[in-house]
Design a protein around this ligand. Sequence first.
Ligand code: SF4
Length: 309
Amino acid sequence: MSQPPAKTLTAVQAAILAWFKAESRELPWRSTRDPYSIMVSEVMLQQTQVDRVIPVYHAFLKLFPTFQSLADAPAADVIRAWAGMGYNRRAMNLQRAAVQVTSLYEGVLPDDMKSLRGLPGVGEYTAAAMACFALGQEVVVIDTNVRRVLGRVFYGPSGAPDKSIASTAAQALPEGEAWSWNQALMDIGATICTSRRPTCLLCPVRSDCKAAGTFLSSSNSVAEIRAAYKTKPERFEGSSRYYRGRVVAHLRELSDGVSCDLQSLGLVVKPDYTDDDEPWLLTLLQGLQRDGLVALNDQGAKTEVALPL
Ligand code: SF4
């Protein structure tokens, strides 16, 4: 796919940066450059929406204000502080990353992509986000929103393959403005150029966007075209993630040092639980144990379950 002309790039950059200056959302992690706080926010935002992240982010930083304090905290306290976020494995990865930063890098977030990628729970996107937002590096940050916005603007309603988007994103990055540019694209993707209903009339780049004409001309076309971005929704209730969440939610309610046996835990997480479900529950718990989210204590014929300390 051919790259957009320089004139279009310049116009899009100017429009997006001007829009961001006037309209950007006030988010707590945007008013800090503290690498630890930004890492916490990035991990929280990986799979949880902004509104749910904000209160947990503030409370989490109050309890664990530094890499060192998080690294030293009992795992059970970190898991409790993650309540309401879902995908609890991230809490343990974040704590493991804090341990790594304190033990390998003297408590300072490393500034090269290879070391960032080596931190537990940090994939390509999060590493790039930390490089840009926490360390001030001039790098592209491509998440789902950015991919969608750039795809529509420069290629049309159906977007473009990841390779083309990556190359266009690198070309479009305005010099010295990576922080604002990446934040702006994410804001536009989250609030205006949404997957289901892009509101092109409010969009700062509608006059240069290759998809705007299609979306503005017919409301039906949005539903048709969004098939290009659609992923099949995963059924949550009854899924392994659902039961894992229920186990951790119940254990969070127990005081330190208190555990529960398989039978009572099974009945809490699955009301129609029977003895036949025990192998299923044990497999689920072993997965949670591998992720550092539960501690299993075999006491002869009985297994007791609790949060890890
Ligand atoms: S003009 Fe419409 S399709 Fe293009 S980026 Fe803006 S909201 Fe998205």
